[in-house]
Design a protein around this ligand. Structure first.
Ligand code: VG1
Ligand code: CO
Length: 561
């Protein structure tokens, strides 16, 4: 084996976004493009003698990229790679493997919920030794390196067979191919009350369960946990074989894209339905007639944390949400006297707080929920958390639900309504305007910034809403003092409602404008209303203030969640 230096030139636009570098597969397939970015990662860390994990959601172009990483990594002195079999490790599983085997970091090959296949998206993301996404100090360094790169190193050696579990020697480097699922199942075993969930499910046939893997990476994980561990019938899991193009669909667990789940849940009147995204970090909880918004989901998990053994033992240290996520979680933190944080969008901001022992449970409105058991959001974790909560709720129903219909098991809706009665309800919705032209998107941002700078919206009345506050969200990390500016524009109203605007940092091309709308109510007659109805008037106001239709030329959003 021999190390060779390959001359190259920088490519524009290799800046990692909210969650790594995401581009069309065709962009990554350009000669030297992928190699440059990978060499830039190694130039930004200390690869000599390092142990690194490689995983991903198995999407198209993953296998050749793993070989590229092995070739360049070995040439840069990496001592050991730990790779998921067939290059598969869900994002949460990879985070766990980095932590468990005390690796120095990991490279995750995923574009999350973006469609896959030769004409769709691919992504490369670097995670650090705590198992979480690299902080901006590291991603900025990687970006800087991509702008000056003039060569990369490769080891000339035959490809490694990724389909066989075991250790192989690869030039100066050891490559350890591991089972993708085992470590993760063991992790969840130590967190949840599997015995309680199993006995509840087997003794309550009326409580039906359906998990949809959307052909993403989570199928094998769901089978191991829901079928093997919790004893459900094979029909409880569908679309559970990971496919490189996700079967041609959009592996995003929301009401728009997870229609394969929604259809069957409604048709068969399934009590508990759930889905996860391409790389396994997102989740949706959806039963017949009951949809849990992610903002409510994290608040409810925090409220019920005591029934989950991991939190019962270790306690809940603090709660956090991303800025656009609804304030439902804030109310739980207040009621329980817990420390609370509001961070910018993207999971990397939670990691420092967790490492400092100040954060246990957190979430994002974008179907991300998780805890300090790892440093990524975790779809299967959230789903099992809900099963654990529902099993506990049914076991002690006279305590929690003394007035519930005795003939029916306690389901998602009962838990939701109970939560609203205790805390009030935060109606929340997000409108996405995808692939708008960058100029129009920038106009929306500029116009809002001008209002914020001048204070020109303050005191103005729009319909029933009076503006009380306008800001551009800046965040100072309380642990390391690092500052992240311009994380989104917030317009707050006197009644506590708010609307938020931000540009997406994960799109592979074009700009995406996100508009987040939130209205809080303590009026019990509103608790069973559909979200769209509860928010109608505020959405009109948000559109008026932002002049979004005028600037982007879009009458309707592409996705509503
Ligand atoms: C989106 C979401 C954000 C999430 C990120 C990664 O980012 O809004 O909440 O953390 O995707 O999710 P943006 O910048 O496009 O709004 V995923 O499942 O990569 O990993
Ligand atoms: Co994801």
């Amino acid at each position: 084996t021999q190390v060779k230096d390959i001359p190259t030139k920088p490519f524009d636009g290799q800046k990692p976004g909210t969650s790594g570098l995401r581009k069309r597969v065709k962009v990554f397939q350009q000669e030297h493009y992928t190699e440059n970015f990978i060499q830039a990662i190694f130039d930004s860390i200390d690869p000599k003698g390092a142990t690194l994990v490689i995983g991903g959601d198995g999407r198209y172009f993953s296998q050749p990229t793993v070989q590229t990483i092995l070739r360049i990594g070995a040439a840069n002195g990496v001592a050991k790679f730990i790779v998921g079999k067939d290059s598969i490790l869900s994002t949460p599983a990879a985070s766990n493997v980095i932590r468990k085997y005390k690796a120095d970091g990991g490279i995750l090959l995923t574009a999350s919920h973006n469609p896959g296949g030769p004409d769709n998206d691919f992504g490369i993301k670097y995670n650090v030794s705590n198992g979480g996404p690299a902080p901006e100090s590291v991603t900025d360094k990687i970006f800087a390196k991509t702008k000056t790169i003039s060569s990369y190193k490769v080891l000339e050696a035959p490809e490694v067979d990724l389909s066989k579990i075991g250790d192989v020697t690869y030039g100066p480097t050891k490559v350890s191919i591991i089972d993708s699922v085992t470590d993760y199942v063991e992790l969840l075993h130590g967190i949840f009350d599997f015995a309680l969930i199993k006995s509840f499910l087997s003794s309550t046939p009326a409580f039906t369960v359906l998990f949809d893997g959307l052909h993403g990476v989570t199928g094998p994980y769901a089978k191991a946990i829901l079928l093997t561990e919790l004893g459900l019938a094979p029909t409880a899991v569908q679309n559970a074989v990971p496919l490189p193009d996700f079967g041609g669909s959009h592996p995003d667990p929301n009401l728009t894209y997870a229609h394969s789940l929604v259809e069957v849940v409604e048709r068969d009147n399934i009590t508990f339905g759930a889905a996860s995204d391409g790389d396994g970090d997102r989740n949706m909880i959806y039963g017949a007639g009951a949809f849990v918004t992610p903002s409510d989901s994290v608040a409810i998990i925090a409220d019920w944390a005591d029934v989950i053994p991991y939190f019962a033992k270790g306690g809940v240290k603090g709660l956090a949400r991303s800025m656009p996520t609804s304030e439902a979680l804030d109310l739980v933190a207040k009621a329980k006297g817990l420390e609370f944080f509001e961070v910018p969008t993207g999971w990397k901001f939670f990691g420092n707080l967790m490492d400092a022992g100040r954060l246990s449970i957190c979430g994002e409105e974008s179907f991300g929920t998780g805890s300090d058991h790892i440093r990524e959001k975790d779809g299967i974790w959230a789903i099992v958390a809900w099963l654990n909560i529902l099993a506990a709720a049914n076991k002690e129903r006279s305590k929690y639900f003394p007035n519930a219909d005795e003939k029916k098991p306690i389901g998602i809706n009962e838990v939701l309504q109970r939560h609203y009665k205790t805390y009030g309800r935060s109606f929340f919705s997000r409108y996405d305007y995808e692939e708008v032209d960058s100029e129009g998107a920038q106009k929306v941002v500029d116009a809002l910034n001008e209002h914020i700078a001048k204070g020109s919206l303050i005191g103005k009345k729009f319909g029933e809403f009076v503006v009380s506050k306008t800001t551009n969200f800046n965040y100072t990390d309380p642990i390391d003092g690092s500052v992240s500016k311009n994380q989104g524009q917030i317009v707050g109203f006197e009644d506590g409602s708010r609307v938020v605007f931000r540009l997406s940092g994960t799109g592979s091309h074009g700009a995406t404008v996100r508009m987040y709308v939130e209205r809080y109510s303590k009026d019990a007659s509103q608790y069973e209303k559909p979200t769209a109805e509860g928010l109608k008037s505020l959405i009109d106001v948000a559109l008026e203030i932002s002049r979004l239709v005028e600037f982007t030329g879009r009458k309707e959003p592409t996705v509503i969640t």
